[in-house]
Design a protein around this ligand. Structure first.
Ligand code: SAM
Ligand code: SF4
Length: 335
């Protein structure tokens, strides 16, 4: 039998079966940890992937073993041809999911269902409308909150992403967990991560250990149940005994999960990123537009993947702001 190279396997033995595609660099919110205050320089429209190009690139990844695709952004629902993209990708044999801020998701529940989307990641960093306004620089709390309730009612599996920051929303950890008492959602606390322009510094981050200290101080230890994490899961999952929902921590900074990483990222302007923290990119779109085979470019990009956090092996290295300024802002990567 011919011994074919698996172009999605890296030099550390990791097979990549999960592709996150950013559809757009724009957003209807302006979260401070994601988008610099002055905004970002947007790619000209002609440099963004069309829906046909997204489909063509995705098809190549699926041919080589991708079984899961997540659509993200910016805000993916803001893209006008979102339903067309969804429909095209739904024709591939993959699990399709979406990360959204949910501001306008009520208009999309039917199209999501019709295309087999069952699970959604929704961002919500505060249960307090004023704080929500402060962090997102927009007054959309009620829409997001009501849309989360709507999604649950409509039968979607909902995970809520909350980026925690010191002296801002760390005092809402227990409120968020109590929110899962009667609502079957998973709240995922995310350690604040460094990207270009987001003024990250480690002292603003609430760590996994600090989160669990707060949880264990509030709830009796025998009520805090550690759940089994799914394979390749980035989160450490827990629930409070008797609660309908659960909670989790995504500890990319203090406990990276690079060993089991199966993710690759495609930016809206067609650049393949082999790691969220890597500053290098591989231009799939130009290769595709030149009528060339994109497989060698994908293979080379995957081969170049570092073992840990884009080559920042230690926490000390990771703390150097200069390294993150070579990377993009999160809004143009797609979380
Ligand atoms: N607009 C959509 C949303 O907000 O869900 C999708 C794109 S957003 C970039 C994807 C995820 O990245 C969000 O859950 C957001 O909280 C997370 N994110 C953005 N910047 C981050 C940072 N600096 N640290 C940790 N998570 C971040
Ligand atoms: Fe927009 Fe999502 Fe970034 Fe917030 S986190 S600015 S909602 S892309």
């Amino acid at each position: 039998m011919k011994n074919e190279t698996n172009i999605l396997q890296d030099t550390h033995g990791r097979k990549h079966s999960y592709l996150r595609i950013s559809l757009i660099e724009r957003c209807n919110l302006r979260c401070t940890y994601c988008m610099p205050e002055e905004g970002v320089t947007l790619s000209p429209k002609s440099h963004l992937m069309t829906y046909e190009e997204i489909y063509d690139i995705a098809k190549t990844f699926v041919k080589h073993g991708v079984t899961k695709i997540r659509l993200t952004g910016g805000e993916p629902l803001v893209r006008k041809d979102f339903p067309v993209i969804l429909e095209k990708l739904a024709s591939l044999p993959v699990e399709l999911s979406i990360t959204s801020n949910a501001v306008i998701i009520d208009k999309f529940t039917e199209v999501l269902k019709a295309n087999g989307v069952k699970s959604l990641n929704i961002s919500l960093d505060s249960l307090n409308p004023d704080k929500f306004h402060k962090i997102t620089r927009r007054n959309e709390f009620n829409k997001v909150y009501n849309n989360i309730l709507l999604l649950v009612k409509e039968g979607f599996k909902v995970k809520i992403n909350a980026v925690l920051m010191k002296d801002f929303n760390e005092n809402e950890i227990i409120d968020f967990i109590n929110f899962t008492k009667d609502l079957p959602v998973s709240i995922r606390f995310i350690e604040f991560m460094p990207f270009d322009g987001n003024r990250w510094d480690m002292s603003k981050m609430v760590s996994y250990a600090e989160i669990m200290d707060i949880v264990n101080t509030h709830f009796p230890t025998n009520q805090v149940i550690r759940l089994k994490d799914a394979p390749n899961d980035t989160s450490k999952n827990y629930k409070i005994k008797g609660f309908k929902g659960s909670f989790a921590v995504i500890s990319s900074v203090t406990n990276p999960f690079c060993d089991s990483c199966n993710r690759l990222r495609l930016t809206a302007n067609g650049q393949l990123k082999n790691c969220l923290f890597s500053s290098s990119e591989s231009d799939l779109l130009t290769t595709l537009r030149a009528g060339k085979n994109i497989e060698p470019t994908i293979h080379k990009a995957v081969q170049g993947k570092f073992k840990i956090r884009g080559g920042m092996n230690t926490l000390e290295e990771f703390k150097k702001p200069k390294l993150h300024n070579n990377n993009r802002s999160m809004i143009t990567i797609g979380g």
